[in-house]
Design a protein around this ligand. Structure first.
Ligand SMILES: NC(=O)c1ccc[n+]([C@@H]2O[C@H](COP(=O)([O-])OP(=O)(O)OC[C@H]3O[C@@H](n4cnc5c(N)ncnc54)[C@H](O)[C@@H]3O)[C@@H](O)[C@H]2O)c1
Length: 437
Protein backbone atom coordinates (compact mmCIF):
# COMPACT_ATOMS: atom_id res chain seq x y z
CA UNK A 1 0.00 0.00 0.00
CA UNK A 2 1.28 3.48 -0.84
CA UNK A 3 0.81 5.81 2.12
CA UNK A 4 1.41 9.54 2.52
CA UNK A 5 1.76 10.85 6.07
CA UNK A 6 1.18 14.60 6.32
CA UNK A 7 3.05 15.97 9.34
CA UNK A 8 6.27 14.34 10.55
CA UNK A 9 5.96 15.14 14.26
CA UNK A 10 5.60 12.70 17.18
CA UNK A 11 2.56 10.99 15.70
CA UNK A 12 3.33 11.26 11.98
CA UNK A 13 6.91 10.10 12.25
CA UNK A 14 6.16 7.18 14.56
CA UNK A 15 3.08 6.08 12.57
CA UNK A 16 4.91 6.50 9.26
CA UNK A 17 7.92 4.49 10.43
CA UNK A 18 5.69 1.72 11.87
CA UNK A 19 3.55 1.48 8.72
CA UNK A 20 6.78 1.22 6.68
CA UNK A 21 7.94 -1.49 9.06
CA UNK A 22 4.72 -3.42 8.28
CA UNK A 23 5.82 -3.34 4.63
CA UNK A 24 3.86 -0.36 3.28
CA UNK A 25 5.59 2.26 1.10
CA UNK A 26 5.41 5.44 3.18
CA UNK A 27 6.28 9.02 2.33
CA UNK A 28 6.38 11.40 5.30
CA UNK A 29 5.62 14.97 4.36
CA UNK A 30 6.32 18.04 6.45
CA UNK A 31 6.18 21.70 5.55
CA UNK A 32 9.11 22.31 7.89
CA UNK A 33 11.95 22.07 5.35
CA UNK A 34 14.65 21.94 8.02
CA UNK A 35 12.92 18.92 9.60
CA UNK A 36 12.72 17.13 6.25
CA UNK A 37 16.37 17.92 5.47
CA UNK A 38 17.41 16.56 8.90
CA UNK A 39 15.35 13.39 8.40
CA UNK A 40 16.97 12.96 4.99
CA UNK A 41 20.36 13.01 6.72
CA UNK A 42 19.16 10.36 9.16
CA UNK A 43 18.73 12.79 12.06
CA UNK A 44 15.59 12.31 14.19
CA UNK A 45 14.15 15.64 15.33
CA UNK A 46 12.42 14.24 18.44
CA UNK A 47 13.47 11.97 21.27
CA UNK A 48 11.53 8.72 21.15
CA UNK A 49 13.09 5.42 22.26
CA UNK A 50 13.78 3.08 19.32
CA UNK A 51 12.63 5.54 16.66
CA UNK A 52 16.04 6.30 15.25
CA UNK A 53 16.78 2.64 14.47
CA UNK A 54 13.29 2.02 13.08
CA UNK A 55 13.51 5.02 10.75
CA UNK A 56 17.04 4.12 9.62
CA UNK A 57 16.15 0.48 8.87
CA UNK A 58 13.05 1.34 6.85
CA UNK A 59 14.71 4.24 5.02
CA UNK A 60 17.55 1.86 4.07
CA UNK A 61 15.03 -0.67 2.82
CA UNK A 62 13.49 2.04 0.61
CA UNK A 63 10.06 1.84 2.28
CA UNK A 64 10.28 5.19 4.09
CA UNK A 65 11.05 8.50 2.42
CA UNK A 66 10.80 12.15 3.43
CA UNK A 67 9.75 15.14 1.40
CA UNK A 68 8.36 18.65 1.60
CA UNK A 69 6.51 18.03 -1.69
CA UNK A 70 3.00 17.25 -0.48
CA UNK A 71 1.49 17.13 -3.96
CA UNK A 72 3.95 14.49 -5.20
CA UNK A 73 3.40 12.28 -2.16
CA UNK A 74 -0.40 12.59 -2.19
CA UNK A 75 -0.69 12.06 -5.93
CA UNK A 76 1.03 8.69 -5.61
CA UNK A 77 -0.80 7.51 -2.48
CA UNK A 78 -3.87 5.34 -1.93
CA UNK A 79 -4.08 6.44 1.71
CA UNK A 80 -3.26 9.93 3.00
CA UNK A 81 -3.01 10.43 6.76
CA UNK A 82 -3.34 13.87 8.29
CA UNK A 83 -1.09 13.97 11.39
CA UNK A 84 -0.57 17.70 11.81
CA UNK A 85 -0.82 19.58 15.11
CA UNK A 86 -4.16 20.64 16.63
CA UNK A 87 -3.06 22.98 19.44
CA UNK A 88 -5.38 24.93 21.71
CA UNK A 89 -6.79 28.00 20.01
CA UNK A 90 -5.58 31.09 21.78
CA UNK A 91 -8.31 32.76 23.79
CA UNK A 92 -11.06 30.15 23.97
CA UNK A 93 -9.40 26.72 24.26
CA UNK A 94 -11.12 25.23 21.21
CA UNK A 95 -8.89 22.99 19.08
CA UNK A 96 -7.18 25.13 16.45
CA UNK A 97 -7.90 23.34 13.18
CA UNK A 98 -5.98 25.71 10.91
CA UNK A 99 -3.28 23.11 10.10
CA UNK A 100 -5.84 20.36 9.46
CA UNK A 101 -7.92 22.47 7.07
CA UNK A 102 -4.83 23.81 5.32
CA UNK A 103 -3.60 20.25 4.83
CA UNK A 104 -7.07 19.20 3.54
CA UNK A 105 -6.98 21.94 0.90
CA UNK A 106 -3.47 21.00 -0.25
CA UNK A 107 -4.37 17.30 -0.30
CA UNK A 108 -7.52 18.00 -2.34
CA UNK A 109 -5.55 19.72 -5.09
CA UNK A 110 -3.18 16.74 -5.41
CA UNK A 111 -5.61 13.77 -5.33
CA UNK A 112 -5.47 11.28 -8.20
CA UNK A 113 -7.69 8.19 -8.33
CA UNK A 114 -9.73 6.91 -5.40
CA UNK A 115 -7.92 7.97 -2.23
CA UNK A 116 -8.79 7.58 1.42
CA UNK A 117 -7.99 10.65 3.52
CA UNK A 118 -7.56 9.69 7.16
CA UNK A 119 -7.52 12.11 10.07
CA UNK A 120 -5.07 10.83 12.68
CA UNK A 121 -4.75 14.19 14.40
CA UNK A 122 -7.00 14.60 17.43
CA UNK A 123 -9.91 16.65 16.14
CA UNK A 124 -13.30 17.67 17.55
CA UNK A 125 -16.41 15.82 16.53
CA UNK A 126 -17.60 17.01 13.13
CA UNK A 127 -14.13 17.86 11.78
CA UNK A 128 -14.28 14.92 9.35
CA UNK A 129 -17.45 16.44 7.86
CA UNK A 130 -15.63 19.74 7.35
CA UNK A 131 -12.55 18.05 5.85
CA UNK A 132 -14.86 16.26 3.43
CA UNK A 133 -16.61 19.53 2.55
CA UNK A 134 -13.29 21.32 1.95
CA UNK A 135 -11.99 18.57 -0.32
CA UNK A 136 -15.24 18.43 -2.27
CA UNK A 137 -15.34 22.20 -2.65
CA UNK A 138 -11.68 22.37 -3.77
CA UNK A 139 -11.90 19.38 -6.10
CA UNK A 140 -15.50 18.55 -7.08
CA UNK A 141 -14.18 15.84 -9.42
CA UNK A 142 -12.08 13.97 -6.83
CA UNK A 143 -12.87 10.40 -5.80
CA UNK A 144 -12.21 10.08 -2.08
CA UNK A 145 -13.50 9.08 1.35
CA UNK A 146 -12.69 10.75 4.67
CA UNK A 147 -11.99 8.51 7.67
CA UNK A 148 -11.30 9.18 11.34
CA UNK A 149 -8.52 7.04 12.85
CA UNK A 150 -7.50 8.65 16.14
CA UNK A 151 -4.10 7.80 17.57
CA UNK A 152 -3.65 6.57 21.14
CA UNK A 153 0.14 6.20 21.33
CA UNK A 154 2.02 7.64 24.31
CA UNK A 155 5.21 9.57 23.87
CA UNK A 156 8.09 7.64 25.40
CA UNK A 157 6.49 4.28 24.51
CA UNK A 158 5.15 5.26 21.10
CA UNK A 159 6.49 2.43 18.98
CA UNK A 160 5.40 -0.24 21.42
CA UNK A 161 1.95 1.39 21.65
CA UNK A 162 1.60 1.68 17.88
CA UNK A 163 2.64 -1.91 17.26
CA UNK A 164 0.69 -3.39 20.18
CA UNK A 165 -2.40 -1.23 20.47
CA UNK A 166 -5.22 -1.99 22.89
CA UNK A 167 -7.52 -1.16 19.98
CA UNK A 168 -7.53 0.56 16.61
CA UNK A 169 -10.52 2.81 16.13
CA UNK A 170 -11.66 3.49 12.58
CA UNK A 171 -14.59 5.78 11.93
CA UNK A 172 -15.65 5.25 8.33
CA UNK A 173 -18.98 5.46 6.60
CA UNK A 174 -17.68 4.22 3.22
CA UNK A 175 -17.28 0.47 2.55
CA UNK A 176 -14.23 0.87 0.28
CA UNK A 177 -12.53 2.99 2.93
CA UNK A 178 -13.21 0.36 5.62
CA UNK A 179 -11.63 -2.29 3.40
CA UNK A 180 -8.55 -0.17 2.79
CA UNK A 181 -8.16 0.57 6.51
CA UNK A 182 -8.41 -3.12 7.33
CA UNK A 183 -5.65 -3.76 4.78
CA UNK A 184 -3.35 -1.05 6.20
CA UNK A 185 -3.68 -2.43 9.71
CA UNK A 186 -3.74 -6.09 8.64
CA UNK A 187 -0.37 -6.92 10.26
CA UNK A 188 -1.79 -5.71 13.58
CA UNK A 189 -5.12 -7.45 13.59
CA UNK A 190 -3.40 -10.66 12.56
CA UNK A 191 -1.61 -10.10 15.87
CA UNK A 192 -5.05 -9.64 17.44
CA UNK A 193 -4.88 -5.85 17.77
CA UNK A 194 -8.64 -5.30 17.83
CA UNK A 195 -9.84 -3.24 14.91
CA UNK A 196 -13.03 -1.44 15.79
CA UNK A 197 -15.22 0.19 13.15
CA UNK A 198 -17.60 2.98 14.07
CA UNK A 199 -19.15 5.92 12.31
CA UNK A 200 -16.85 8.89 11.88
CA UNK A 201 -18.28 11.16 14.58
CA UNK A 202 -18.16 8.38 17.16
CA UNK A 203 -14.49 7.70 16.40
CA UNK A 204 -13.70 11.40 16.83
CA UNK A 205 -15.43 11.46 20.19
CA UNK A 206 -13.83 8.20 21.41
CA UNK A 207 -10.41 9.85 21.36
CA UNK A 208 -11.52 12.81 23.50
CA UNK A 209 -13.53 10.63 25.86
CA UNK A 210 -10.47 8.39 26.39
CA UNK A 211 -8.11 11.28 27.15
CA UNK A 212 -10.63 13.06 29.36
CA UNK A 213 -11.24 9.85 31.32
CA UNK A 214 -7.51 9.25 31.91
CA UNK A 215 -7.04 12.89 32.90
CA UNK A 216 -9.95 12.48 35.33
CA UNK A 217 -8.28 9.47 36.96
CA UNK A 218 -5.15 11.54 37.55
CA UNK A 219 -7.15 14.52 38.78
CA UNK A 220 -9.07 12.25 41.14
CA UNK A 221 -6.03 10.66 42.76
CA UNK A 222 -4.39 14.07 43.11
CA UNK A 223 -7.39 15.34 45.09
CA UNK A 224 -7.33 12.20 47.22
CA UNK A 225 -3.59 12.88 47.78
CA UNK A 226 -4.40 16.35 49.10
CA UNK A 227 -6.95 14.88 51.48
CA UNK A 228 -4.53 12.13 52.55
CA UNK A 229 -2.00 14.80 53.52
CA UNK A 230 -4.55 16.56 55.69
CA UNK A 231 -5.73 13.43 57.50
CA UNK A 232 -2.41 11.58 57.80
CA UNK A 233 -3.07 8.81 55.25
CA UNK A 234 -0.82 7.50 52.47
CA UNK A 235 -2.00 7.99 48.89
CA UNK A 236 0.36 5.31 47.54
CA UNK A 237 -1.46 2.69 49.59
CA UNK A 238 -4.83 4.19 48.70
CA UNK A 239 -3.98 3.99 44.97
CA UNK A 240 -2.92 0.37 45.42
CA UNK A 241 -5.96 -0.38 47.54
CA UNK A 242 -8.37 0.90 44.95
CA UNK A 243 -6.31 0.00 41.86
CA UNK A 244 -6.32 -3.71 42.70
CA UNK A 245 -10.07 -3.58 42.18
CA UNK A 246 -10.44 -4.69 38.55
CA UNK A 247 -13.32 -2.30 38.04
CA UNK A 248 -10.97 0.59 38.75
CA UNK A 249 -7.54 -0.59 37.55
CA UNK A 250 -4.17 0.59 38.83
CA UNK A 251 -3.00 2.72 35.92
CA UNK A 252 -3.18 6.52 35.89
CA UNK A 253 -3.53 6.53 39.65
CA UNK A 254 -0.16 8.10 40.46
CA UNK A 255 -0.42 11.23 42.53
CA UNK A 256 1.90 13.98 41.37
CA UNK A 257 2.30 17.59 40.32
CA UNK A 258 -0.58 17.55 37.80
CA UNK A 259 -0.78 16.29 34.23
CA UNK A 260 0.86 18.09 31.34
CA UNK A 261 2.00 17.18 27.85
CA UNK A 262 0.81 17.87 24.36
CA UNK A 263 -2.50 16.02 24.72
CA UNK A 264 -4.37 15.85 28.05
CA UNK A 265 -4.59 19.58 28.82
CA UNK A 266 -5.54 20.68 25.31
CA UNK A 267 -7.83 17.74 24.57
CA UNK A 268 -9.71 18.01 27.87
CA UNK A 269 -10.16 21.74 27.26
CA UNK A 270 -11.34 21.21 23.69
CA UNK A 271 -13.85 18.58 24.86
CA UNK A 272 -15.21 21.01 27.44
CA UNK A 273 -15.74 23.59 24.67
CA UNK A 274 -17.48 21.03 22.46
CA UNK A 275 -19.78 20.11 25.35
CA UNK A 276 -20.62 23.75 26.01
CA UNK A 277 -21.29 24.42 22.31
CA UNK A 278 -23.75 21.53 22.18
CA UNK A 279 -25.52 22.28 25.44
CA UNK A 280 -24.12 19.16 27.12
CA UNK A 281 -21.60 20.53 29.62
CA UNK A 282 -18.97 18.15 30.98
CA UNK A 283 -18.84 19.32 34.58
CA UNK A 284 -16.51 16.57 35.77
CA UNK A 285 -13.91 17.35 33.10
CA UNK A 286 -14.27 21.09 33.79
CA UNK A 287 -13.42 20.47 37.45
CA UNK A 288 -10.47 18.25 36.51
CA UNK A 289 -8.94 20.90 34.23
CA UNK A 290 -9.43 23.74 36.71
CA UNK A 291 -7.93 21.68 39.54
CA UNK A 292 -4.98 20.62 37.43
CA UNK A 293 -4.16 24.15 36.27
CA UNK A 294 -4.02 25.39 39.85
CA UNK A 295 -2.10 22.35 41.05
CA UNK A 296 1.09 22.78 39.02
CA UNK A 297 1.81 26.20 40.48
CA UNK A 298 0.62 25.15 43.94
CA UNK A 299 3.44 22.58 44.05
CA UNK A 300 5.75 25.52 44.82
CA UNK A 301 4.02 25.71 48.21
CA UNK A 302 5.37 22.24 48.99
CA UNK A 303 8.89 23.49 48.32
CA UNK A 304 8.17 26.50 50.49
CA UNK A 305 6.88 24.26 53.32
CA UNK A 306 10.00 22.12 53.09
CA UNK A 307 12.07 25.30 53.50
CA UNK A 308 9.93 26.48 56.44
CA UNK A 309 8.50 29.26 54.31
CA UNK A 310 11.90 30.81 53.60
CA UNK A 311 12.33 30.62 49.86
CA UNK A 312 13.61 34.12 49.07
CA UNK A 313 17.32 34.12 48.33
CA UNK A 314 17.50 30.30 48.37
CA UNK A 315 18.64 28.09 45.52
CA UNK A 316 16.26 25.34 44.41
CA UNK A 317 17.43 22.51 42.15
CA UNK A 318 14.83 21.01 39.83
CA UNK A 319 15.37 17.51 38.45
CA UNK A 320 13.34 16.57 35.37
CA UNK A 321 11.89 19.31 33.18
CA UNK A 322 9.97 17.46 30.44
CA UNK A 323 6.31 16.64 31.07
CA UNK A 324 7.16 12.97 31.63
CA UNK A 325 10.21 10.68 31.30
CA UNK A 326 11.52 9.30 28.00
CA UNK A 327 10.48 12.27 25.92
CA UNK A 328 11.99 15.68 25.18
CA UNK A 329 8.51 17.23 24.98
CA UNK A 330 8.09 20.33 27.17
CA UNK A 331 4.50 21.12 26.13
CA UNK A 332 2.47 22.04 29.25
CA UNK A 333 5.16 20.51 31.48
CA UNK A 334 4.41 20.97 35.21
CA UNK A 335 8.00 22.21 35.61
CA UNK A 336 7.14 25.45 33.77
CA UNK A 337 4.52 26.95 36.18
CA UNK A 338 6.33 25.43 39.17
CA UNK A 339 9.62 27.12 38.28
CA UNK A 340 7.83 30.43 37.57
CA UNK A 341 6.16 30.23 41.01
CA UNK A 342 9.48 29.47 42.74
CA UNK A 343 11.07 32.43 40.98
CA UNK A 344 8.13 34.64 42.01
CA UNK A 345 8.82 33.57 45.61
CA UNK A 346 12.40 34.81 45.21
CA UNK A 347 14.24 31.53 44.60
CA UNK A 348 17.17 31.04 42.26
CA UNK A 349 16.45 27.96 40.15
CA UNK A 350 18.89 25.43 38.74
CA UNK A 351 17.62 22.73 36.39
CA UNK A 352 18.62 19.48 34.76
CA UNK A 353 16.89 17.05 32.40
CA UNK A 354 18.45 13.96 30.80
CA UNK A 355 17.19 14.70 27.25
CA UNK A 356 14.97 17.78 27.29
CA UNK A 357 17.58 20.49 27.87
CA UNK A 358 17.41 22.12 24.44
CA UNK A 359 13.60 22.29 24.53
CA UNK A 360 13.65 23.46 28.16
CA UNK A 361 16.06 26.29 27.36
CA UNK A 362 13.59 27.56 24.77
CA UNK A 363 10.74 27.92 27.29
CA UNK A 364 12.34 28.54 30.72
CA UNK A 365 13.87 31.91 31.59
CA UNK A 366 16.49 32.71 34.25
CA UNK A 367 17.27 29.09 35.03
CA UNK A 368 20.86 27.87 35.42
CA UNK A 369 21.02 24.69 33.34
CA UNK A 370 23.40 22.02 34.63
CA UNK A 371 25.10 18.96 33.16
CA UNK A 372 23.85 16.34 35.60
CA UNK A 373 21.82 15.87 38.79
CA UNK A 374 24.78 16.41 41.12
CA UNK A 375 25.94 19.61 39.43
CA UNK A 376 22.32 20.76 39.60
CA UNK A 377 22.17 20.15 43.35
CA UNK A 378 25.23 22.33 44.08
CA UNK A 379 24.45 25.00 46.66
CA UNK A 380 20.74 24.13 46.67
CA UNK A 381 18.60 24.32 49.79
CA UNK A 382 16.07 21.95 48.23
CA UNK A 383 16.20 19.33 45.50
CA UNK A 384 12.87 18.86 43.71
CA UNK A 385 12.09 15.80 41.59
CA UNK A 386 9.49 16.96 39.07
CA UNK A 387 9.87 14.26 36.38
CA UNK A 388 10.65 10.68 37.37
CA UNK A 389 13.45 9.84 34.94
CA UNK A 390 14.93 6.40 35.72
CA UNK A 391 18.31 7.86 36.67
CA UNK A 392 16.70 9.85 39.52
CA UNK A 393 15.44 6.67 41.17
CA UNK A 394 18.77 5.72 42.75
CA UNK A 395 20.36 9.04 43.66
CA UNK A 396 23.62 9.01 45.63
CA UNK A 397 22.37 10.80 48.75
CA UNK A 398 25.82 11.04 50.37
CA UNK A 399 27.12 12.86 47.32
CA UNK A 400 24.09 15.13 47.22
CA UNK A 401 24.47 15.98 50.89
CA UNK A 402 28.06 17.06 50.28
CA UNK A 403 27.17 19.56 47.57
CA UNK A 404 23.82 20.89 48.82
CA UNK A 405 23.39 23.85 51.18
CA UNK A 406 20.68 21.89 53.05
CA UNK A 407 19.64 18.24 52.73
CA UNK A 408 16.01 18.67 51.66
CA UNK A 409 14.26 16.52 49.07
CA UNK A 410 10.88 17.40 47.59
CA UNK A 411 9.70 14.36 45.68
CA UNK A 412 6.70 15.30 43.54
CA UNK A 413 6.53 11.80 41.98
CA UNK A 414 6.76 9.72 45.17
CA UNK A 415 9.83 7.94 43.82
CA UNK A 416 11.28 7.38 47.31
CA UNK A 417 10.06 6.17 50.68
CA UNK A 418 10.18 8.57 53.60
CA UNK A 419 12.13 6.17 55.83
CA UNK A 420 14.93 5.56 53.30
CA UNK A 421 15.35 9.28 52.63
CA UNK A 422 15.37 10.00 56.37
CA UNK A 423 18.09 7.39 56.84
CA UNK A 424 20.33 9.54 54.65
CA UNK A 425 19.65 12.54 56.85
CA UNK A 426 17.37 14.35 54.41
CA UNK A 427 14.17 16.18 55.21
CA UNK A 428 11.52 14.84 52.86
CA UNK A 429 8.33 16.15 51.35
CA UNK A 430 6.27 14.09 48.90
CA UNK A 431 2.72 14.01 47.55
CA UNK A 432 -0.16 12.64 49.59
CA UNK A 433 2.02 11.05 52.26
CA UNK A 434 3.03 12.02 55.78
CA UNK A 435 5.90 14.54 55.87
CA UNK A 436 9.19 13.62 57.54
CA UNK A 437 11.81 16.03 58.95
N1 LIG B 1 2.10 13.66 20.68
C1 LIG B 1 1.32 12.67 21.11
O1 LIG B 1 1.66 11.92 22.03
C2 LIG B 1 -0.03 12.42 20.45
C3 LIG B 1 -0.72 11.22 20.73
C4 LIG B 1 -1.95 11.01 20.11
C5 LIG B 1 -2.49 11.97 19.27
N2 LIG B 1 -1.81 13.14 19.05
C6 LIG B 1 -2.40 14.12 18.13
O2 LIG B 1 -1.73 14.01 16.88
C7 LIG B 1 -1.63 15.29 16.25
C8 LIG B 1 -0.16 15.60 15.96
O3 LIG B 1 0.53 15.72 17.19
P1 LIG B 1 2.13 15.75 17.27
O4 LIG B 1 2.49 15.74 18.71
O5 LIG B 1 2.68 14.72 16.35
O6 LIG B 1 2.41 17.22 16.64
P2 LIG B 1 3.79 17.86 16.20
O7 LIG B 1 3.64 19.31 16.43
O8 LIG B 1 4.93 17.11 16.82
O9 LIG B 1 3.88 17.57 14.62
C9 LIG B 1 3.05 18.15 13.67
C10 LIG B 1 3.85 18.34 12.38
O10 LIG B 1 2.96 18.69 11.33
C11 LIG B 1 3.63 19.57 10.45
N3 LIG B 1 2.63 20.26 9.61
C12 LIG B 1 1.68 21.15 9.97
N4 LIG B 1 0.95 21.52 8.90
C13 LIG B 1 1.43 20.84 7.84
C14 LIG B 1 1.08 20.78 6.45
N5 LIG B 1 0.07 21.50 5.95
N6 LIG B 1 1.80 19.99 5.65
C15 LIG B 1 2.83 19.26 6.15
N7 LIG B 1 3.19 19.26 7.44
C16 LIG B 1 2.51 20.04 8.28
C17 LIG B 1 4.40 20.46 11.39
O11 LIG B 1 5.48 21.13 10.73
C18 LIG B 1 4.88 19.46 12.46
O12 LIG B 1 6.17 18.94 12.16
C19 LIG B 1 -2.31 16.26 17.20
O13 LIG B 1 -3.65 16.41 16.83
C20 LIG B 1 -2.22 15.56 18.55
O14 LIG B 1 -3.25 15.97 19.42
C21 LIG B 1 -0.59 13.37 19.61
Amino acid sequence: MRVAMIGAGYVGLVSGACFADFGHAVTCVDKDQARIAALGRGEIPIHEPGLSDLVAANARAGRLTFTADLAGAVGAAQAVFIAVGTPSRRGDGHADLTFVYEAAREIARALTGFTVVITKSTVPVGTGDEVERIIRETRPDAEFAVVSNPEFLREGAAIQDFKHPDRIVVGADDARARELMAEIYRPLHLNRGPLMFTDRRTAELIKYAANAFLATKIGFINEIADLAEKVGADVQDIARGIGLDNRIGSRFLHAGPGFGGSCFPKDATALIKTGQDHGAPLRIVEAVVAGNDARKRAMARKVSAALDGEVRGKTVAVLGLTFKPNTDDMREAPSIPLIAALQDMGATVRGYDPVGMAQAKAVLANVTFCDNEYACAEGASALVIVTEWGQFRALDFARLKQVMAKPVLVDLRNVYRADEVARHGFAYESVGRPRSK
